[in-house]
Design a protein around this ligand. Structure first.
Ligand code: BYC
Length: 477
């Protein structure tokens, strides 16, 4: 890591890294620490495998997704920003109409750094959460997909570290180091946001995570892609191109589990969950409980329903709304209101609050719309097999730890309950110890024969990047 040639070869980039001495020096320290973190916390026992991965080597159509066998420690984690838009402006808040900032506006420095650090912290966290799952992958296709997700989360960490190193000097470097020191679930030094400290103990949890939680990533990155701080906006735009595959893995993963279960239920004419489990597949009630859990912890990731932080991020021009520039209003939100849910007199009611303070809630609502469409697609699979069961999203207030609903006990139907009544129902609504034991017992070994799939999941409709489903996506050496 000490010649210019190495940088250009090993770190594909479009930020002129070969000539940026300051950035080079910062990376000289950070890159070995990153590799140390990858060897420790990256996918277990995977370092010598050849994995059929896509690597971004440039931002154009030919370069952003190059497929080949790669050993993951040799993956070329690169630094890419979408090309600048000439004349781009700050598009919202009190600075609307100013030229977009190419440097950090001094008065917003700490707020901006905090946003970047919070975003950056989620990326290695998810790799840590998924560390052990390769050991029980249902197929080579799925194994390759989780590794793809993992290396790209690694690259997303690089994207945020680039911003910290390039624009925040010494404290940026310190924050970049701390990103490699926190650990998902650690009691003393946990990851910043709640969901990123929850275990991802099995593949159903992994697919739920990539469907629900990676989609929070999509909505947060989309809001940051509106930022008046142009380097952040351009970085996040490029990250979004990669995020799409992660959500695809989640949606099709849950979809394939649901499909396999529904097919066997129809074939054997059973609907009792115990009978379904006896067929070696995951009953739909358990799928629903996992859904309830992952949906609710992900809703928390959007922050409080009423947030002065969110108002400041917006007013300053640092973080916009989802598709900000497509919205037809004043982009200042001064006199507008927005409805948020809250608990009053033992019931969930809605109240109007200033739209500026409701930006987290608004983004959460945008997210919920997209999630509902995915659940509808899962239900189509069940319906097609003639099974009357339907998956559904629980009430927004169900099992919340952040915001207006935190501290209340709300059923999936939206009924406010006593703590004792809620707790008595908890194991019907959320994955319980027996569910985890059952699901994990099903996922003890790894399926390694090309084209073979574990009994509990249907094969995908097609392979990756025009390869057949029975392609050798991972070679174990
Ligand atoms: N857990 O004003 P409030 C992704 C804290 S996922 C713990 O309501 P704010 C990915 C909050 O920090 C996308 N703490 O919230 C997915 C604040 O603390 P301080 C990640 C929480 O600030 C899968 C206090 O509570 N990106 O990319 O408006 C795989 C009051 O909060 C939580 C981002 O999140 C929580 N859930 O909004 C890989 C974007 N929620 O200041 C990757 C950047 C809130 O009192 N982050 N708190 O110490 C943000 O925009 C904001 O920080 C948040 C919170 C939306 C997260």
């Amino acid at each position: 890591m000490n010649s210019n040639i190495d940088y250009i070869d090993k770190i594909p980039n479009n930020v002129d890294l070969g000539r940026d001495r300051v950035l080079q020096r910062a990376l000289e320290h950070w890159q070995p620490a990153y590799m140390g973190w990858w060897y420790d916390m990256g996918p277990n026992e995977s370092h010598n495998y050849d994995v059929y991965l896509r690597t971004a080597i440039s931002v154009d159509a030919e370069g952003w997704a190059v497929f080949d066998y790669v050993k993951m420690p040799q993956y070329r984690w690169g630094i890419f920003l979408v090309p600048p838009t000439a004349g781009r402006e700050v598009n919202f808040g009190v600075n609307k109409g100013q030229p977009a900032w190419q440097d950090v506006p001094g008065e917003y420095r700490s707020m901006l750094r905090r946003l970047i650090v919070t975003q950056g912290d989620t990326e290695p966290a998810s790799v840590e959460q998924q560390k052990m799952l390769g050991m029980c992958a249902p197929s080579l296709y799925d194994l390759r997909n989780i590794y793809q997700v993992n290396v790209e989360e690694g690259r997303h960490l690089w994207a945020m570290v680039y911003l910290l190193h390039r624009y925040f000097g010494r404290d940026g470097r310190e924050e970049a180091e701390a990103l490699l020191e926190r650990r998902s679930g650690d009691v003393d030094n946990p990851r910043i946001l709640g969901a990123f400290n929850e275990p991802t103990p099995d593949w159903l949890a992994f697919y739920m995570f990539t469907f629900f939680t990676d989609r929070d990533g999509k909505f947060q990155l989309s809001s940051l892609a509106e930022s008046g701080f142009d380097p952040l906006a351009r970085t996040c735009r490029f990250m979004l191109t990669e995020e799409a595959h992660h959500m695809f893995v989640g949606e099709t993963g849950v979809g394939r589990i649901v499909q396999r279960t529904a097919e066997l239920m129809a074939e054997h004419k059973v609907d009792d969950p115990d009978h379904v489990r006896a067929l070696g597949v995951i009953d739909l009630q358990t799928v629903q409980r996992y859904l309830n859990f992952h949906y609710s912890v992900t809703l928390d990731l959007f922050g409080g329903d009423i947030s002065s932080n969110a108002a400041s991020f917006y007013t300053t021009g640092l973080k916009g709304r989802y598709e900000e520039t497509k919205i037809d209003d004043d982009h200042a939100l001064t006199d507008l209101t927005y409805k948020v849910g809250t608990v009053k007199g033992g019931r969930v009611v809605e109240e109007e609050i200033p739209a500026l303070n409701a930006l987290n809630e608004r983004l959460r609502d945008d997210y919920i719309g997209e999630v509902q469409a995915g659940v509808d697609r899962w239900n189509k699979i069940i319906e097609k097999n003639g099974i009357p069961f339907r998956l559904r999203l629980p009430h927004k207030g169900f099992h919340r730890q952040i915001g207006n609903f935190a501290g209340h006990h709300i059923s999936p139907e939206g009924e406010v309950m006593t703590a004792a009544a809620w707790k008595a129902k908890r194991d019907e609504w959320m994955p319980n110890a027996a569910d985890y034991t059952f699901v994990q017992a099903m996922m003890t070994g790894r399926v390694v024969e090309p084209g073979k799939f574990a009994n509990w999941i249907a094969p995908p409709r097609r392979g990756i990047h025009t390869q057949p489903i029975d392609f050798e996506y991972v070679r174990f050496n």
